[in-house]
Design a protein around this ligand. Structure first.
Ligand code: NAP
Length: 248
């Protein structure tokens, strides 16, 4: 059984969806949690209170990961509260779907800034602490779209592919300090992010999945908890698809 007792984890975008499930799962396995959010303060406080009910410590910290100052403050507030940071999950993400021909620069920028620049900011801000500790786990939530590309998601697929490059590079830079960096690539998981997708796209995703069902937020959370554990000590620079075998 994976035991994260005594460890502190930051989950960016921990207020909703996959991040919420990751925050709850890491807490269930013993970790204290910093639930980062951008604007959903109430949802983040709910996650904090569920974690406290499990007997763990948790705080909610508002920070827009697109801003370096916010990322630095997130790390500082974590250290003030918990004195150490063992796990960083770069999960905060957003989409602005549309065909490239019609994609605005704003839609390109917000998706790249949130999904890729956000992870750059938080990783850079946490590096020194983990290097000094000579231990750490960084887990980036990418997407199958970043592995395979996706029509209508050139901005998102580019950001998520970039996140894979960031993952492998950080793994190489931080390996000698016993810090691992891996990516988890979910397939289609029903959350607020995917709520507006047309039914035929969802049905197509189901048909393309050998396991014959859509993913659940918990499917991603279990894999993330494994990568965060001591048991995953020799796993780094990997991209683990949690997609039910959806072929690409
Ligand atoms: P979601 O339900 O829309 O939740 C997004 C989370 O990210 C929220 O907690 C949100 O905070 C936070 N967030 C957004 N922009 C932020 C910013 N600038 N700074 C800080 N936090 C920010 O999305 P989800 O489906 O759980 O997705 C989570 C991650 O999984 C994303 O990286 C997404 O790309 C990835 N993913 C999802 C799927 C899927 O099918 N759902 C598939 C592959 C990959 P607020 O609550 O404050 O808005």
């Amino acid at each position: 059984m994976i035991d994260l007792t005594g460890k502190t984890a930051i989950v960016t975008g921990g207020s909703r969806g996959i991040g919420r499930a990751i925050a709850l799962q890491l807490a269930r396995q013993g970790a204290d949690i910093v639930v980062n959010f951008q604007s959903s303060a109430q949802a983040a406080e709910e996650v904090v209170s569920l974690i406290k009910d499990m007997g763990r410590e948790a705080i909610a910290v508002q920070a827009d990961v697109r801003q370096m100052d916010d990322a630095q403050r997130l790390i500082k507030e974590t250290l003030t509260a918990f004195k150490r940071i063992d796990i960083l999950v770069n999960n905060a993400g957003t989409t602005r779907d549309g065909l490239l021909l019609r994609m605005s620069e704003d839609d390109w920028d917000i998706v790249l800034d949130t999904n890729l620049r956000g992870a750059f900011h938080c990783t850079k801000a946490v590096m020194r602490t983990m290097m000094k500790q000579r231990s750490g786990r960084i887990i980036n939530i990418t997407s199958v779209a970043g592995v395979a590309g996706n029509a209508g998601q050139a901005n998102y697929a580019s950001a998520k592919a970039g996140l894979i490059g960031l993952t492998k590079s950080v793994a190489k830079e931080m390996g000698s300090r016993n810090v691992t960096c891996n990516a988890v690539a979910p397939g289609y998981i029903p959350t607020d992010l995917t709520a507006d997708l047309p039914e035929e796209i969802i049905e197509q995703a189901r048909r393309m999945t050998p396991l014959g069902r859509l993913g659940r937020v918990e499917d991603v959370a279990y894999v993330t908890a494994f990568l965060a554990s001591d048991e995953a000590a020799f796993v780094t620079a990997q991209v683990l698809c949690v997609d039910g075998g959806m072929a690409f």
